[in-house]
Ligand binder design. Structure first.
Ligand code: NDP
Length: 312
């Protein structure tokens, strides 16, 4: 079977660049949106040029130019959007409504994957403010997709390892300490951690998979379903040393959250749901979804203990 042609939007991003690489590695004709607005951002230009060298087609376009988006979309079979959605970096989730309009007009797209890649927003209706904005905006985009009857796959990628494993699940930390760690509550709530390259690989596998049409892919690699304590223990084993441990109660965590700037409050709200509430592991996947490691057992995913080795 011929592989679908894929357009990646947000291809220079933290996740987007991995999706471009995974698409090329898997042999998909890969197009990457080159936004005029990036101007003289030399790092982005170099990333785009490296994609070109690897065989990607750069397609010029802009979110402020509807026609350019329609033209870009018309050249491919599937669109993956990895536009920014983390407030400490940038949050542009609703811009995707313009992409949805373009896909609606072009009418040739067999699969659209919007920028999700986190907790399942459909299960976060109860989320605390202001962090709930991430889920609310992602649900606005879902509604537009479904109203336009655009074939979709949603990817619920759980926790990016770079943020959560790197920082031993402590907000504001992305490199593991060799001395101490603060546990969120008792540190025993189970979360799920996924290497970002694995997220990209699983994402690409859904594109030509009819089992994932109009469904949610939940990425839950079984050996990476761990509590914060278990992540810390894996690190302690690697460095051959026990860390000194303190803990922050849920009440203190939520009180502390209120005094922070807006972007930090959003992020802390997400940590609350993942590590106190257990929102990634407190439900069974229903008919609306499939689990990635079961669907694609041929993928060897990165175990948390191996991910941590880079920091030793
Ligand atoms: P980035 O912050 O790296 O941004 C991705 C890309 O978005 C940029 O490279 C740029 O692409 C595009 N972009 C940024 N600003 C604009 C703008 N004003 N107009 C148009 N395009 C813009 O994104 P991430 O990789 O951090 O996030 C991607 C997704 O992953 C989001 O949905 C986010 O919520 C989710 N996520 C999940 C996490 C988890 O732990 N589960 C953690 C982090 C993110 P270009 O210039 O190439 O067009």
């Amino acid at each position: 079977m011929e592989k679908s042609r894929i357009l990646v939007v947000g291809g220079t991003g933290y996740l987007g660049r991995r999706i471009v690489r995974a698409s090329l590695d898997d042999g998909h004709p890969t197009h990457v949106l080159y936004r005029r607005e990036i101007g003289v951002d030399i790092d982005k230009i170099q990333i785009l040029m490296s994609f070109k060298k690897q065989g990607a087609h750069l397609v010029e376009g802009s979110f402020s130019d509807h026609r350019s988006l329609v033209d870009a979309v018309k050249q491919v079979d599937a669109v993956i959007c990895a536009i920014s959605g983390v407030h400490i970096r940038s949050h542009q989730i609703l811009l995707q409504l313009k992409l949805v309009d373009a896909i609606k007009e072009a009418r040739n797209i067999k699969r659209f994957l919007p920028s999700e890649f986190g907790m399942d927003p459909a299960r976060m209706g109860h989320a605390i403010a202001p962090g709930r904005v991430t889920f609310d905006d992602k649900m606005v985009v879902r509604k537009a997709i479904e109203d336009a009857a655009i074939p979709f796959t949603y990817v619920s990628a759980s926790c990016f390892a770079g943020y959560f494993v790197g920082g031993l699940c402590q907000p504001g930390n992305i490199v593991p300490s060799r001395d101490s760690v603060c546990l969120l509550g008792d540190g025993n709530v189970k979360a799920i951690f996924v290497d970002e390259d694995d997220i990209a690989m699983y994402t690409i596998k859904t594109i030509d998979d009819p089992r994932m049409l109009n469904k949610t892919l939940y990425i839950r690699p079984p050996e990476n379903i761990l509590s914060q304590r278990e992540v810390v223990e894996a690190w302690e084993e690697l460095i051959g040393k026990k860390l000194s441990k303190s803990s922050i109660s849920v009440d203190d965590f939520l009180t502390n959250l209120k005094g922070q700037d807006y972007a930090s409050q959003v992020g802390l709200g997400h940590y609350y749901h993942v590590l106190y509430e257990g929102c990634l592991t407190n439900f069974e996947i229903g008919d609306e979804g499939e689990e990635a490691s079961q669907l694609y057992p041929e993928v060897t995913y990165t175990r948390v203990k191996d991910y941590l080795k880079q920091y030793v």
